[in-house]
Design a protein around this ligand. Structure first.
Ligand code: NAD
Length: 481
């Protein structure tokens, strides 16, 4: 997009917000319905764009992006008035007589950055929240998914209010220019590296930010004895590693933690299940998304080139520079100080780290930066409880992976290096709203709050704060000026 006049166009959106137009439920509904129509009427074009950018199969595109978005918009349309309503709250005796309520108000003009791996889903999901909360928005999709980015640039103005929602395409220079503008909120999905840039830019105007970042999501896999359990777990691990965008997912499993004695069986299980999902030659499979671009391919290839990592390959390892293809690859015990065990992998490589006892996984996880998600596969209730209470992460999913993303009654977001803030469902509405505290008082007045101070007033205040009603009554009777 030609970014001439960018600042002026953004200013127009601010004026729209100030006009009050976006606050009404009617406007919000019309825009949410616009997004729904955009998704339903252009499904085929969205599939094509996701196919072009990432080789995503249409089923995966629907499962992970279009379908989730449709579900999200419908939830907003169903709950909008309930979420917008003021909420009465209990008030303390000190403020008697009074009523109090929480009034959600839109933040104003918001900026949304999205990443390339779910280029439609991660652009529109926060936009749904921003609109339902009554904001005007600028969306900056990732330049690394150009087909999706340009499709959004065409479709959004067609379906949504141009004076309130705008898509700006571009890379880092455009992003930097956007960051110079004053926003009422910045919602960023991307890497911790750029997250730091976003946060330091936000300081200038004290702009609140939500950072949806990445990191290394571990999966603890207990030594399961039942072959049925093992089969389910193998499917879910592959479903949590390779199925979402070929490992290029923020909540994709980064590495496995298993007991030494279970490692060989785990590799065999994964190998046979990979074959079931992607055939003898995964390169030929149209169910496996492709690596986004040469730069990311080279980064992943670099991870494999480490001699210690190369020596630990137990399955896969085939690399094709021309096709930017890397076979689903499993390693057992790559060196812990190799890049692959330090940086987020974000691709089709799966290290397995072996431990003497599965309980050691808790210490292992706690020695690393806090993850966006921790997964634990086990039937052991004590281990489940320990992992939930003794580790810290954006989420914990027991006996599955990645599926938590579709559960909009659960907040989605990170902690520590995996980001902060949360969204999805009502949490998205809250993320883009300010909860204003409103108190209403009559003119009825009591003197105990005002000077001149005396001992009676002190006693009275003690009783008020401690809710000692009997003493209060006696003091009230004797209270003078
Ligand atoms: P990225 O940080 O490179 O880019 C994200 C966005 O920032 C893009 O829109 C990009 O154009 C913009 N950007 C790039 N350079 C910039 C700059 N100098 N200043 C300002 N903005 C700039 O991330 P990515 O490669 O698109 O995505 C991969 C990362 O995102 C991974 O770390 C992954 O875990 C994370 N991620 C997180 C979530 C989540 O929900 N938590 C979801 C998907 C991806």
């Amino acid at each position: 997009m030609d970014v001439v006049g960018l600042e002026e166009r953004v200013e127009e959106l601010r004026e729209t917000f100030q006009s009050g137009k976006t606050r009404s439920a009617k406007w919000r509904r019309s825009q949410l319905t616009g997004i729904l129509n955009l998704l339903e009427e252009n499904e085929e074009d969205i599939f094509k764009a996701l196919g072009k950018d990432l080789g995503k199969h249409r089923v995966e595109a629907y499962r992970d992006e279009v379908g989730i978005l449709i579900k999200s918009v419908k939830l907003c349309l169903e709950c909008l008035e309930k979420w917008m309503a003021n909420k009465r709250v209990d008030m303390p005796l000190m403020a008697f007589p009074t009523t109090g309520e929480i009034v959600p108000e839109p933040l104003g003009l918001v900026l949304i950055f999205s990443s390339w791996n779910f280029p439609v889903g991660l652009a529109l999901e926060p936009l749904i929240g921003a609109i339902s909360a009554g904001n005007t928005s600028v969306l900056k999709p990732s330049e690394l998914a150009p087909a999706s980015s340009s499709l959004l640039t065409i479709l959004v103005p067609f379906y949504l209010d141009n004076k309130a929602v705008m898509v700006i395409e571009g890379g880092a220079p455009v992003a930097q220019r956007l960051l110079d503008i004053r926003w009422d909120k910045i919602f960023f999905t991307g890497s911790p590296r750029i997250g730091r840039i976003i946060m330091s830019s936000a300081v200038k105007h004290l702009t609140p930010v939500t950072l949806e970042l990445g990191g290394k999501c571990p999966a603890i896999v207990d030594t399961l004895t039942s072959s049925k359990d093992r089969e389910v777990v193998a499917k879910r691990i592959i479903g949590g590693k390779w199925v979402p965008c070929n490992g290029q997912g923020c909540i994709a499993i980064d590495y496995l933690l298993v007991e030494e004695k279970f490692a060989t069986a785990m590799v065999d299980l994964l190998k046979s299940t990979l074959k079931r999902f992607y055939g003898e030659n995964p390169r030929e499979s149209n169910s496996l998304s492709r690596i986004v671009n040469k730069q990311h391919f080279m980064r992943l290839k670099g991870l494999l080139n480490d001699p210690g990592v190369a020596a630990s390959i137990a399955h896969g390892g085939v690399v094709d520079d021309d096709k930017l293809y890397i076979e689903p690859t499993i390693m057992v015990d790559p060196p812990l100080d190799a890049e692959i065990m330090i940086e987020e992998i974000f691709g089709p490589l799966l290290p397995i780290i072996t431990l003497k006892k599965i309980e050691d996984s808790i210490g292992f996880i706690n020695s690393k930066p806090k993850a966006l998600a921790v997964y634990i596969f086990t039937r052991d209730e004590t281990l489940k409880k320990r992992v939930i209470s003794e580790t810290s992460s954006g989420s914990v999913t027991v006996n599955d992976a990645v599926i938590q993303y579709v559960c909009d009654t659960l907040p989605f977001g990170g902690i520590g290096q995996s980001g902060f803030g949360r969204y999805h469902g009502k949490f998205s509405f809250d993320t883009f709203s300010h909860e204003k505290a409103v108190m209403r008082r009559p003119f009825l007045d009591f003197n105990f709050r005002y000077p001149p101070w005396n001992n009676n007033k002190l006693q009275f205040l003690r009783s008020v704060y401690n809710l000692d009603y009997f003493k209060l009554f006696l003091l009230f009777l004797g209270l003078k000026k």
